[in-house]
Design a protein around this ligand. Sequence first.
Ligand SMILES: O=C(O)/C=C/C(=O)CC(=O)CC(=O)O
Ligand SMILES: [Ca+2]
Ligand SMILES: [Mg+2]
Length: 410
Amino acid sequence: MPEQSPLDLPEGDPFGPHNLPYGVFSLPGDDRRRVGVRLGSHVLDAGAAAHALGSPYASLLAQPTLNPLLAGGRQTWSDVRRALTAWVTVPAHREAVEPLFHALPDVTLHLPFEVADYVDFYASENHATNLGKLFRPDSPGLLPNWKHLPVGYHGRSGTVVVSGTDVVRPCGQRKAPSATEPSFGPSAKLDIEAEVGFVVGAPSALGTAVPLSSFRDHVFGLCLLNDWSARDIQPWEYVPLGPFIAKSFATSVSAWITPLEALDAARVAPPARDVQVLPYLDDSDEDEPGGFDLHITVALNGEVVSEPPFAGMYWTAAQMLSHMTVGGATLRTGDLYGSGTVSGTEPHQRGSLIELTWNGTEPLELPTGKRTFLEDGDEVTMTAWAPGPDGVRVGLGEVTGRIGPARTTT
Ligand SMILES: O=C(O)/C=C/C(=O)CC(=O)CC(=O)O
Ligand SMILES: [Ca+2]
Ligand SMILES: [Mg+2]
């Protein structure tokens, strides 16, 4: 039987020409990194295709990272996407582009962009309420500021890693409430956080706030993100300045960045807000609904443990961007900001193990054994999809990571 062309996809493939996410790959025996665009279960060498077709975008796409494309700005993103769509759909281009596809199992996927600054938000009301109950049982679930601004912290961009990278169990100081002294050692409460990451393309000037309406001028697309967290290190270290060692050892992102333009059919209104926000965060008159209807699945050792719905997030990505810059902080090409853990209203929609097991008191029963927090060798995989045009799904790829044993024990 002749091998099927990468251009002939089964109907309804979530990685069809309506999607076209971007990544960076290399080939066996050749460590040159190339920009790739996913179609079905293949990746198109975008720079080579641009060159073969005499496209003006050849120099933008023949690069080892997505950063030059990200820096190009909204009009360029649209133009390049239109060109790519034509390359993979117009029969006249078939002969030129067909040989420039590689099967996904034959390539190595890399971190697709150079991460500039990394910020992590806390935008799910359900998650914030659950963590409030777990960490501050004697106080109301939500802290008083929570509905007035999207709470966030500046994280560690250097430890953002691509899906598939092993995660070394972190060591640090822990102090149980009952202990008199802190101790040092490997985290015994290693956790996940199912999040969505937003990738900034176009920079902004120092001292200038980015309004809600400029979201699409700056944000190129989104990815899946797992903000690995050490729940025993965190409560002892993060008062009053925020997470430090507990969340700086690894943050995993999917290898594919989905452009916002592929998600037009997935835009939804955020949930009704019950507190009036200040004008720079007030999105009641925005043209475009601020939410994204993304359906996330979290699997632990192959078993689905949670299905968090992103559509229910209280704060939108545009509000997070606006708040992040309202003090005059610049945006840089390659900035990444995480939504915060996505948790729905139902127990099986919680995006972290601390919530799913109620801080270890209600273990998950898995075929591989009981789990409270992660054990060495455990593998966590998050996938997601969004509604696309004509009822076809948009696949968001996956972010996966396996826990390896701690290395430092001093
Ligand atoms: O409420 C707390 O004390 C702690 C909250 C978190 O750990 C959540 C966090 O890092 C942000 C998020 O991913 O939602
Ligand atoms: Ca987080
Ligand atoms: Mg992190």
